[in-house]
Design a protein around this ligand. Structure first.
Ligand code: SAH
Length: 361
């Protein structure tokens, strides 16, 4: 069973990040210290348009204000520890945080633009039995600003070639809904036109199915794309793959998803990892089609990424196509996820698990 997060996990003892502040929060901090509100927009411009990495560079602010910012907020870029480049253009970054923990961020290149996969937590407590991100459990939530900083850091790398981060997937290490407040601030900052100005429709979040937050998220009324890691269409298999299903079983999850669709009018994406001999038979495909036949959705089939610490095997190609055909013949909209960065440990948590053994044991 999931226990509430501890204070240590939700309120790390580190300097607050300037990138955690939404514009109205920055403005109220300014008001509190008796500075004019318009400085907020100026600071946002330095942070997100000019992308400076120190308060010192904010030359149109009075020195006193720059000193106050310096005293209260952390602005330094994430420290790049490793940069792995794949032959297909995918780049995986291992970044180090203020307190020495490490996280992963991935840049993927598509015909339609550059997309970035961000991390929301240092580790994860959900214990999915196929996933490298949960090895070693949850250390702590990221500050909203530490999620924003990942996008900024990759954007800085793209600035060199005059390119832009055009879409974001929140599918890195961690369960985004376990860091709900951080996630919401992050979304608002990257979406804000004075922030990184990335359109809601170009942002996707993925959850393992933390039911209460699906309702909460539905009520936010955001136009963000929403994905659910389903991985099994019967509750026994799902519990075996994803212990979170014991707390929020499949039927409750499906109810929450129906609520989300009704409330937002949007379709959802189901991620379905194909794990050899576990959930990849034609029978499983039919079971999946039965489960979601009345749901406005798209299914993303993910061939399992081999994780050395986990012993799932890959589904043979022919079987993957059979699975896909079964779904399609039942009228379900489905595709096989294109794999990128295969040669660089680009699946969630793999690089961190390899490079930071002490954090992930
Ligand atoms: N915690 C969230 C966000 C992570 S998204 C969630 O569960 O949705 C990362 C996606 O990759 C999830 O669908 C996850 O289940 C999947 N995944 C993790 N390890 C994998 C592996 N070894 N092979 C294939 N997919 C994997």
């Amino acid at each position: 069973m999931l226990k509430p997060l501890t204070d240590k996990q939700t309120k790390p003892n580190i300097k607050p990040s300037i990138y955690s502040l939404e514009l109205h929060e920055l403005e109220s901090w300014l008001t509190d210290i008796r500075e004019p509100k318009f400085r907020g927009k100026q600071i946002f411009e330095w942070l997100y348009k000019k992308r400076v990495s120190s308060f010192e560079e904010m030359t149109n602010l009075p020195l006193g204000l720059r000193e106050k910012l310096e005293k209260d907020y952390y602005i330094k870029p994430l420290k790049e520890v490793i940069r792995q480049e794949s032959s297909d253009g995918t780049i995986k970054f291992l970044f180090e945080l203020q307190d020495g923990y490490s996280i992963e961020t991935v840049l993927m290149r598509h015909e339609y633009g550059n997309s970035i996969c961000v991390t929301t937590q240092v580790g994860c407590r959900l214990g999915c039995t196929f996933c490298a991100s949960t090895l070693g459990g949850l250390k702590r939530n990221l500050l909203a600003g530490e999620i924003v900083a990942q996008v900024l850091q990759v954007q800085r790398a793209l600035d060199e070639t005059d390119e832009r981060v055009s879409s974001i997937v929140v599918m890195g290490i961690g369960e985004p809904f376990d860091n709900y407040d951080g996630l919401m601030s992050f979304l608002k900052i990257v979406n804000h036109d004075l922030g990184l100005n990335i359109g809601a429709r170009h942002i996707t979040i993925s959850t393992s199915g933390v039911v209460p937050y699906i309702y909460k998220f539905a009520d936010e009324g955001m136009q963000i794309n929403f994905a659910i890691s389903l991985h099994a269409a019967n509750t026994e298999t799902r519990s075996r793959l994803m212990p979170v299903n014991r707390m929020y079983p499949l039927n409750e999850l499906m109810d929450a998803i129906r609520y989300y669709i009704k409330k937002t009018g949007r379709r959802v994406t189901f991620e379905y990892g194909l794990f050899g001999k576990v959930n990849d038979s034609v029978e499983s495909a039919n079971e999946l089609a039965d489960l979601i036949s009345d749901i406005k959705c798209h299914v993303n089939l993910i061939p399992v990424n081999y994780v050395p610490e986990r012993d799932y095997v890959r589904t043979p190609k022919a079987q993957i196509f059979k699975f896909l055909e079964t779904l399609t013949s039942r009228g379900i909209n489905a595709t096989i996820r294109r794999e990128q960065g295969h040669d660089i440990d680009a699946a969630c948590g793999q690089l961190r698990a390899k490079e930071r053994k002490e954090e992930t044991r």
